[in-house]
Design a protein around this ligand. Structure first.
Ligand SMILES: [Zn+2]
Length: 703
């Protein structure tokens, strides 16, 4: 099959196999995905029609060829799926969604194919008879992981149950996508034109964002008469510009209400995108899926491939951390209540918290998140980050000329990555960092192309880093808040995990196959390097004066690291327990929407110190667990932070930029893919298992 969307004629290395996004239209991608689906399905037909039992080398060759065929599907669909997340249009969404049931059906058919499973089994049993060049650990591990996937896809079920399982998978893929659509549609549906006298308190950076939203509003509604040039929206930078700084309390309340009821029947803006029924449906389907496999609930299914052993173990872990965080959270709440009094607010309300927190931060540390932005222009932060990566891991990022790659939007940058010692090209990364309409909220890494060296052909890893940072305004570069700096370091940690792999078998290269609750180790680990004395020196340079962040501000920033970590920890535990309990239900009947709300309330009563308004519908916007990969897995962030904090502890002991320790982290963790269990990677790096001591210390939860 010819791949019509490969970028040709670019001086960037061929092994990167870059995509020509100018040719990657939704129609082309849909057609290429369907073509690849057809080709792979034909191969599977042939596998299932075989009457003989092949020798082990032949069995391996069949599996390998089928792997290549399926990789073609995911390559083309991966591009479409990426575009649907970053530059969604009706055409893209339509093409993307039209493929979901077909892909799900193919995925289920593959996972349940007894003939294919038997080939894997044969290779597994007679692995020692394979030719030398194939008989290595990575290949063996990939076969073992493959076998586990078959079992979790229901290969052992009878035909009736198999088709039930397939129907569930198909419905889930559609419903989860719809859940995410509803959040995006609800978010962009809301627009609140602002009066001039509602702008008081909002920073100049915030005003510029609200003005840009106003321009977009005018372009969409040319006949609308606006009371000012400014419009508030619910995309994160705009939302925070109001919630953190607007003096107008009624305005904050309105925005809070709209944001925290998105995609629910409580939304004052629209109830058109209510996710309630989808939540019930998704939970029910997941439970049925687990039960078909003989498990008692979805948590059991989810944990089969994770580092944690049982939901009871996780529940206990989350409750312990909640207890550890509670005293600090109570003190932080008291501080907020005091501030409320000081600002003449009768009673502290949910929509005052971000606002008063900024005031307290300002008073305590003389730090306002917006006032620091001029010190963190994006190009400076990136240079500093690359410098840190260079000294820790011996690697070099090189920005590509815009003429040498193509992208889906003008904002997009591309970097190649080299090993500094050997000057070897290791991979490449696209950066698409600014908030805009048609892009999903939040920040993430998409490990688009996995490393693979096979039959003499090399495919280097390539990934996308996506963010929703404040865009550049006028002729100035984007000026990042420290939260955004932190997010950038986080996503780069994921990227390094993907790009620095030395595993040549795609199925277990980079992040692929790594236990989900260990995936956030490299990302959270990297965050630590932004907030050190030297780190801040490397990533800050004032946009006008060119000075690095002054010592008093730097000290304040470091001191402010643990500002409100008690409340933040409790909130994170609340989300983690909510997810875990929704997916760990033992009862035969499925949960109703009321049960879901009740679960959230019960957990809040158990551990939280702040009670939000009764209309708040956090679950309806919780895409991590209803639309993303975090179902019965939200705890993974804090689970992995135990590892990342303890790993950084090693650098605290050896010296923050200790090159030897940095190279060891690269070698034992970043390079390993899922060749070993995450637990063994960690042991190899640290020489012992992780403890929670460093996490509690880093979050300021112990004296
Ligand atoms: Zn992450």
């Amino acid at each position: 099959m010819t791949d019509t969307i490969n970028l040709t004629g670019s001086p960037l290395n061929d092994n990167l196999h870059l995509v020509d996004f100018d040719k990657a239209t939704p129609e082309t991608l849909q057609a290429l995905t369907e073509q690849a689906l057809h080709a792979a399905s034909c191969q599977l037909d042939n596998i299932e029609a075989r009457q003989d039992t092949p020798d082990v080398a032949t069995a391996f060759a069949i599996i390998s060829s089928f792997d290549d065929a399926t990789a073609q599907i995911w390559r083309h669909f991966g591009i479409l799926s990426h575009l649907n997340s970053v530059a969604s249009t009706d055409d893209i969404r339509h093409a993307h969604h039209a493929l979901l049931p077909k892909l799900s059906a193919f995925g289920t058919r593959t996972g349940q194919s007894t003939a294919l499973y038997q080939l894997y089994q044969l290779v597994h049993d007679e692995f020692d008879k394979l030719p030398d060049e194939l008989r290595h650990d990575a290949q063996k591990r990939a076969i073992n992981k493959g076998l586990q996937e078959f079992v979790l896809s229901g290969v052992a079920l009878d035909d009736e149950k198999k088709s039930k399982f397939a129907a569930i998978e198909s419905q889930l893929s559609v419903s989860c996508a719809k859940f995410a659509d509803n959040i995006m549609d609800a978010t962009y549906h809301f627009a609140r034109p602002l009066k001039q006298d509602e702008l008081s308190g909002i920073s100049s950076n915030g005003l510029a964002l609200l003005k840009a939203a106003g321009d977009a509003y005018r372009a969409k509604n040319p006949n609308a008469s606006l009371p000012s040039d400014y419009v508030a929206t619910l995309d994160m930078p705009c939302y925070l510009a109001v919630m953190e700084f607007a003096d107008n309390r009624a305005l904050r309340e309105q925005l809070y209400h709209a944001y925290n009821t998105r995609a629910s029947d409580q939304s004052p803006d629209t109830t058109e995108f209510d996710n309630a029924d989808l939540m019930v449906e998704i939970l029910t389907l997941r439970k049925q899926k687990a039960e078909l496999l003989g498990m008692s609930n979805y948590s059991e299914y989810s944990l089969a491939t994770k580092m944690a052993d049982s939901s009871a173990e996780i529940e206990q872990f989350l409750l312990q951390l909640s207890a550890a965080a509670k005293p600090k959270a109570i003190a932080e709440l008291a501080e907020l209540e005091q501030a409320a009094k000081k600002f003449g607010l009768d009673k502290l309300q949910a929509w005052d918290i971000a606002y008063l927190s900024q005031k307290i931060r300002q008073e305590k540390f003389n730090l306002s998140s917006d006032a620091l932005r001029p010190y963190f222009p994006l190009p400076v932060v990136l240079d500093g980050l690359f410098d840190i990566c260079k000294s820790l891991f011996g690697i070099r990022f090189v920005q590509a000329d815009k003429a040498h790659f193509s992208a889906w939007h003008d904002d997009v940058l591309f970097y190649t990555l080299y090993d500094d010692d050997s000057d070897t090209l290791l991979g490449g990364v696209y950066l698409d960092l600014f908030a805009r309409a048609g892009k999903q909220g939040g920040a993430w890494l998409d490990d688009f192309q996995k490393r693979q060296i096979k039959d003499g052909n090399t495919r280097l890893p390539v990934c996308f880093i996506v963010g929703n940072f404040a865009p550049p305004l006028g002729d100035k570069p984007s000026l990042l808040s420290f939260d955004e700096v932190n997010t950038l370091f986080h996503e780069f940690g994921h990227a390094l995990h993907h790009l620095l792999t030395q595993i040549d078998v795609a199925a277990i290269a980079g992040i692929n196959g790594v236990e989900w609750d260990a995936v956030e180790l490299p990302s959270q680990f990297m965050e630590n390097f932004a907030i050190t004395d030297v780190g801040i020196g490397k990533i800050s340079r004032h946009i006008d004066s060119g000075e690095t962040l002054p010592a008093d501000k730097k000290d304040a920033l470091i001191a402010a690291k643990n500002f409100q970590t008690g409340l933040q920890t409790l909130r994170q535990m609340e989300f983690g327990l909510f997810d875990l309990r929704l997916h760990s239900q033992q009862s035969d009947t499925s949960l109703s929407y009321q049960d879901i709300l009740q679960t959230a309330n019960t957990i809040r009563d158990e551990i939280a110190v702040i009670t939000p308004p009764a209309y708040q519908r956090m679950g309806n916007g919780f895409s991590h667990i209803f639309a993303g990969g975090y179902a019965a897995g939200y705890y993974s962030y804090i689970w992995a932070e135990v590892l990342s904090a303890d790993a950084f502890g090693k650098f605290e002991e050896d010296g923050i930029y200790n090159a030897k320790t940095g190279r060891a982290f690269r070698q034992e963790i970043l390079a390993q893919g899922s060749l070993r269990d995450a637990k063994d990677n960690y042991l190899a790096f640290r020489g012992r298992a992780a403890t929670t001591d460093a996490l509690l210390r880093h979050r300021g939860l112990v004296e």
